[in-house]
Write a protein that binds this ligand. Structure first.
Ligand code: SF4
Ligand code: SF4
Length: 288
């Protein structure tokens, strides 16, 4: 079972839910939590451990070999991302813009653009009891989140396979990094808050998961602030609301100090159990 926890906007409590659900389930079974919010990973704060495994993440970019180049211009024409251009008698590559699609390298008639590795971030694995934690982290200044996300997922899948429950703490938004993070999940939990901004971004996130044809449900965090529009929207759209987590100063203080909330607020154990039960039941029953 792979559960992706996502949200249309940042700051809704996605990481709070991911870490607490993972740690709660790990009290009785093996769980893998994968932090795919690679531009700003912070799940590790809740698991104060040294990594068991640490490696550098690379992506492939073209390297211009001047002596072979005839300046035919094909490479700059085929790059959809403007990551390679001709400047006078030189070909210039912008590594941060390159999506490693290989088009320029494959189509260069002179073989003047071999693909070479470039460091973009780090991957680390931690363990505490039954809980395995894999984190992808982009280097400062790097823009391409997708390769780091793909690498972290591949590592988790190769090491732990499908035998254990896996939770993806996905990046916020609705663009390529989110799609990469959630695309193979069995169930997506969209975390939102009951505010106009929350509703606006929830609608975008719902559109995304519906386009992908994935089963999903909503968790309303900070319930009690704002208004009822998110609940009305979910009702109208027949979207299951898996849980409503009340707005609470205690929750905010625990989160700020890097503590797992359900350990200090026992009522949350029932909420986490209900969320897990609904995810498992939805996947078994094929709910969309
Ligand atoms: S496609 Fe190859 S030969 Fe043509 S300009 Fe680019 S690097 Fe040079
Ligand atoms: S590998 Fe693809 S994205 Fe990168 S420079 Fe070449 S054509 Fe552009």
């Amino acid at each position: 079972m792979k559960i992706a926890i996502a949200s249309g906007k940042g700051g809704t409590g996605k990481t709070t839910l991911s870490t607490n659900l993972a740690a709660f389930l790990a009290e009785r079974e093996e769980v893998v939590l994968v932090d795919l919010d690679v531009e700003e990973p912070n799940s590790a704060i809740f698991f104060n451990r040294s990594p068991e495994h640490d490696e550098i993440i690379y992506k492939q970019i073209p390297r211009w070999e001047e002596s072979k180049c005839t300046l035919c211009g094909i490479c700059s024409k085929v790059c959809n991302f403007h990551a390679i251009i001709q400047l006078g008698p030189s070909i210039v590559v912008f590594p941060e813009l390159c999506h490693s699609c290989y088009a320029c390298s494959e189509l260069c008639p002179e073989g003047a653009l071999p693909m070479v590795p470039k460091r973009t971030g780090r991957l680390a694995e931690f363990q505490t009891g039954n809980l395995h934690f894999v984190e992808g982290r982009l280097d400062i200044g790097e823009e391409q989140a997708v390769p780091a996300i793909a690498k972290a997922k591949k590592y988790a899948s190769q090491k732990f396979g499908g035998a254990v429950t896996t939770i993806y703490d996905s990046p916020p938004g609705t663009s390529c990094p989110v799609i990469e993070a959630v695309k193979d999940a069995d169930f997506v939990i969209l975390v939102t808050e009951p505010t106009p901004f929350g509703l606006h971004d929830l609608k975008l996130a719902v559109e995304t998961v519906r386009t992908l044809g994935m089963p999903f449900g909503v968790v309303i965090n900070r319930h009690g602030i704002g208004n009822d529009d998110v609940e009305a929207y979910c009702r109208d759209e027949e979207i299951p609301v898996l849980a409503k987590i009340p707005n609470s100063r205690q929750v905010a203080e625990l989160y700020s100090s890097g503590k797992l909330i359900y350990k200090e607020i026992p009522e949350l154990r029932n909420t986490l159990q209900e969320i897990a039960d609904t995810c498992f039941a939805a996947v078994k029953g094929g709910v969309r």
